[in-house]
Design a protein around this ligand. Structure first.
Ligand SMILES: [Fe+2]
Ligand SMILES: [Fe+2]
Length: 357
């Protein structure tokens, strides 16, 4: 008997094809190797920054980015086991912004794991988030991988006391190039929790840590930085395969420190250019341990898009799908002990950073 195609399934299929043809934003898929019985995928959406422009009207472009990512997640095949939201759902931390984000995210057909960003946190210090959305520090095991979620955008008490109102706190803590802005940190309490959480995890177990800010130091004036990153790295360093996935920087960025591979997830809202001092004052930033090709700061949609990650033998291969449908693959190279970009697959052809800049 011929299977009847309902209008609903036709619409679903039509939208699926459309979603594939027009690239979604800020989406990541992760899976184990093909022959591994533990194969799984999950999706990653980050940095939507939903906010009003006037009155009650939300910025359409930002809404659209998140809606496309949600739609794409719903049509992923194989189905993702869960979806991660990587932080900065809101722009000004307002309840109505977070509620608007939750409404869009409610269209997802998959469970969501939440990571808090500074734009979600600093108005009410995470109260709405923790009451209505999620804890900010937790871990879970999934098909042989130990996942850890950290709140990496906390700050020192001395900095918290500087702000007279919640609005002042939010505007100072969530801005680039602000001399009054404070450093982000994980804090002693969470580090203690992390040690305890990892105490019974075998050193061979692949670990995926998800934080909003990068758990290494990139550029302080823009808070592309976690002040106590080294302390977190020290707790993670005895484990053989560790991947830190973070949002916040709105660009393609990766690094390798010891056993820890760091990969930035793209934004659904806008790309940040690379900090000026990368190119003009290289001494201000740590020496790059891995060369990478920079996104073009003059190209509006550069470094927004989505990617598919294969997690094989505990190492991530990241297939970035850029806005203009260009493919770019970032693969961990066992010999090199670091991620290698397909643009520079042959290490002999890699251009030293100083020549490139
Ligand atoms: Fe952001
Ligand atoms: Fe952020």
């Amino acid at each position: 008997m011929k299977k009847k195609i309902s209008r609903r399934s036709f619409v679903k299929k039509g939208l699926g094809a459309m979603a594939l043809a027009s690239l979604p934003l800020g989406l990541v898929e992760i899976s184990w190797g093909k022959n591994n019985p533990q194969n799984f995928t999950f999706a990653y959406i980050s940095d939507s920054h939903l906010t009003h422009i006037k009155g009650t009207e939300f910025v359409r472009n930002f809404d659209k980015g998140l809606k496309k990512a949600v739609m794409e997640c719903n049509f992923m095949s194989p189905r993702p086991d869960f979806v991660v939201y990587g932080g900065d759902l809101a722009q000004l931390g307002k309840r109505e912004e977070l509620e608007h984000g939750l409404e869009i995210m409610s269209a997802l057909r998959h469970p969501v794991k939440w990571v808090i960003g500074e734009h979600d946190f600093y108005l009410d210090l995470g109260k709405f988030w923790e009451d209505k959305i999620s804890k900010t520090t937790y871990s879970f095991d999934h098909k042989g991988v130990h996942f850890v979620v950290l709140n990496s955008i906390l700050t020192y008490d001395s900095w918290m006391k500087k702000w007279k109102t919640p609005q002042e706190r939010m505007s100072n803590m969530a801005r680039l190039d602000n001399p009054n802005g404070s450093p982000f940190m994980v804090g002693e309490r969470q580090i203690k929790w992390l040690k305890k959480d990892l105490a019974n995890v075998s050193k061979d177990t692949p670990i995926v840590v998800m934080s909003h800010s990068p758990l290494y130091k990139i550029f302080k004036p823009w808070n592309f930085w976690t002040d106590d990153a080294e302390k977190v790295q020290a707790v993670l360093s005895p484990f053989k395969k560790v991947t830190v996935l973070h949002g916040h920087v709105h660009q393609i960025l990766y690094n390798q420190i010891g056993n820890i591979t760091f990969e930035a997830m793209m934004s659904t809202a806008w790309p940040w250019p690379y900090p000026v001092s990368y190119t003009q004052k290289p001494n201000q930033v740590p020496k790059l341990t891995v060369f990478m090709n920079r996104a073009d700061p003059f190209h509006e949609r550069d470094a927004t898009g989505w990617s598919i990650l294969n997690l094989e033998n505990g190492r991530v291969t990241n297939h970035y799908k850029l806005w203009e449908n260009k493919d770019r693959v970032l693969r961990y190279d066992e010999k090199l002990g670091a991620p290698v970009d397909t643009l520079y697959q042959d290490p002999a052809k890699r251009i030293p950073p100083q020549e490139h800049y």
